[in-house]
Design a protein around this ligand. Structure first.
Ligand SMILES: Cc1ncc(COP(=O)(O)O)c(C=O)c1O
Length: 299
């Protein structure tokens, strides 16, 4: 395979059957996970970051003189940084100071600069600071605004959702995804429902305002993303941090999948759904790789 650039490798990630963790389920129920860490920037966020930037260039909102700047809890920042490096745009990220060290290091290695917002204010602090910087510097930045930009969820409508239908040959009955900006769940849900309105679509979020599930939002106590429409979902599930951590560990030991904690949360939610079923095909998304969370690993 020869690529014109690494960006051509975004998408078309594998769908893998979860075999051991699911042993207690009825034989007629299967669970599959879309391994988004196979994207070149290492997470699901490569898709919307590239999509939003491509669209902005086509619409001349992003020109060579502008700097790409957006609030991010980490993975989107890495994705912007990678896309910016390939396409020749400067990238400035606004991240909570307590985002994982690996993500900060990776974004910097792609050449991005980072402004840190208060670790006490989580992703909402990064949103507020980014908007302030944008307003104080008219004309300097292009802000994709991933929380409010419909092109975020459109990336998943046009790519991830289509891939899931193709990979399951349309057999999917239930879809489960965790929510940060909600772009993943909103875009895939729209695609799946358009194909078959009976596919049950579920969004999972942290059960409490204070949680350890980096990348995810507890909507009731957060700035609600403009692209989030709860009414489009069949169900919202609430996930505790501890079981999600334990599940991420099990996925490594039992399935050979080293995943981030939000993937643990996605699997906890998927198991809850799968246990209710006599027959069905549950599909979920593992958003990133667990090595981004290893403490102390420094390049
Ligand atoms: C690790 C992780 N999991 C899940 C998500 C949620 O994805 P989305 O923003 O599409 O809702 C994110 C978003 O940044 C993330 O970083």
């Amino acid at each position: 395979m020869i690529l014109n650039s690494i960006l051509e490798k975004i998408g078309n990630t594998p769908l893998v059957k979860i075999r051991e963790v699911t042993k207690e389920l009825s034989q007629q129920v299967s669970v599959y996970a879309k391994l988004e860490y196979f994207n070149p920037g290492g997470s699901v966020k490569d898709r919307p970051a590239y999509w939003m930037i491509k669209k902005a260039i086509a619409q001349e909102k992003l020109t060579q003189d502008k700097i790409i700047m957006d609030p991010t809890s980490g993975n989107t920042g890495v994705a912007y940084a990678m896309v910016g490096a390939v396409l020749g745009y400067r990238v400035e990220l606004v991240m909570p100071a307590n985002a994982s060290q690996q993500r900060k290091d990776i974004a910097k290695t792609f050449g991005a600069s980072i402004t840190f917002s208060s670790e006490m204010e989580g992703s909402d602090g990064a949103i507020r600071l980014a908007h302030k910087i944008y307003q104080e510097n008219p004309g300097k930045y292009f802000m994709p605004d991933q929380y409010n930009n419909p092109d975020n969820s459109e990336a998943h409508y046009e790519t991830t959702g289509v891939e899931i239908l193709q990979q399951t040959k349309g057999a999917i009955t239930h879809f489960v995804a965790t929510m940060g900006t909600s772009g993943t769940v909103m875009g895939i849900t729209r695609r799946l429902k358009e194909h078959n309105s009976h596919i049950v679509c579920i969004g999972a979020q942290p059960a409490h305002a204070m949680h350890g599930l980096e990348g995810l939002k507890h909507m009731p106590t957060s700035i609600v993303p403009g692209i989030y429409h709860e009414k489009n979902l069949d169900e919202v599930m609430w996930i505790e941090t501890e079981p999600a951590y334990d599940m991420a560990e099990r996925l490594g030991k039992e399935e050979g999948l080293i995943v981030g904690y939000s993937s643990g949360a996605a699997m906890v939610a998927s198991m809850e759904v799968a246990k209710r079923l006599k027959a069905g095909v549950v599909v979920t998304v593992f958003s990133d790789h667990g090595d981004r969370y290893f403490e102390g690993m420094k390049w």
